[in-house]
Ligand binder design. Structure first.
Ligand SMILES: [Zn+2]
Length: 257
């Protein structure tokens, strides 16, 4: 009788262990299955979705000026904001507007509201290739001529050229031929030329020989060179460039880099 009972127990135990083993094997299979589907999901999504992921950021949820433009991720940008670390300024006019930043040389320009005499720093290292600083600042409420703006232009090593415009009288702090480092103070902002109030207009034009300024009129510039979309490595994320003050009222702070 005991022997039969023993075998019965053994039989039950064997079935139970078989059940545990099956459960174990089932779990391993499920794990493999999950891994398999995860991999399939990863490879099917990664190529197309990555591009979208790159341009979605908290800032672009506020508004987008140039939806079809590819901006370099700001952490990878070679540029810094053209004002000193710790300062915050707002964008009066951004890129791709239907105002004066609509196409060509000024499509990717920025107007930054700032008082006359604000220190302007080089967005990128380069050589000063043009300086004009003889024009007087305008009275508030008047608009000057386009060819009466004080400017400083800096050519970068890749041939692109940054143009900082509307500087104050005697507002260029560097001379033509000077080498400047990124972040170095190069000029003082102002309100000269075709300007409706104190601000810095700046843009970077592409490195193409055929778009050299060949305008025969003194201090005029042909709008034949195209500007390039800019992002800045030392401020908060801005996947579609800097946004105007009506959507980003806090402006942009230059951070250390
Ligand atoms: Zn402008």
């Amino acid at each position: 009788m005991h022997l039969i009972e023993f075998f019965l127990h053994l039989l039950i135990l064997m079935n139970l262990s078989k059940y545990v083993l099956n459960l174990f094997l089932f779990c391993i299979h499920m794990k493999k299955l999950i891994l398999f589907f995860t991999l399939i999901l990863y490879f099917s999504c990664s190529s197309d979705d990555l591009k979208d992921e790159e341009v979605i950021c908290s800032d672009s949820e506020l508004g987008v000026n140039c939806p079809d433009t590819d901006y370099i991720k700001n952490s990878a940008s070679p540029y810094v904001l053209p004002w000193e670390i710790g300062k915050t300024f707002k964008v009066g006019q951004g890129n791709c507007t239907d105002g004066s930043h609509s196409f060509g040389q000024v499509q990717y320009a920025y107007d930054i509201d700032m008082p006359i005499g604000t220190n302007i720093v080089a967005m990128r290292s380069g050589v000063v290739v043009k300086v004009i600083e003889s024009f007087r600042d305008l009275e508030i409420g008047t608009v000057g001529a386009i060819n009466e703006a004080n400017v400083i232009y800096i050519k970068h090593e890749d041939g692109t050229e940054a143009q900082y415009i509307h500087l104050t009288y005697n507002g260029a702090l560097k001379n033509e031929g000077d080498n400047v480092n990124q972040g170095e103070i190069i000029a003082l902002s102002g309100n000269t030329g075709k300007s409706t109030g104190p601000h810095l207009h700046f843009h970077v034009i592409e490195a193409l020989n055929e778009c050299e300024d060949t305008d025969p009129r003194e201090n005029y510039t042909w709008y034949s060179c195209n500007s390039i979309p800019l992002t800045f490595k030392n401020t908060s994320e801005h996947c579609y460039g800097l946004l105007e003050k009506d959507v980003r009222s806090g402006g942009y702070t230059a951070q250390s880099y």
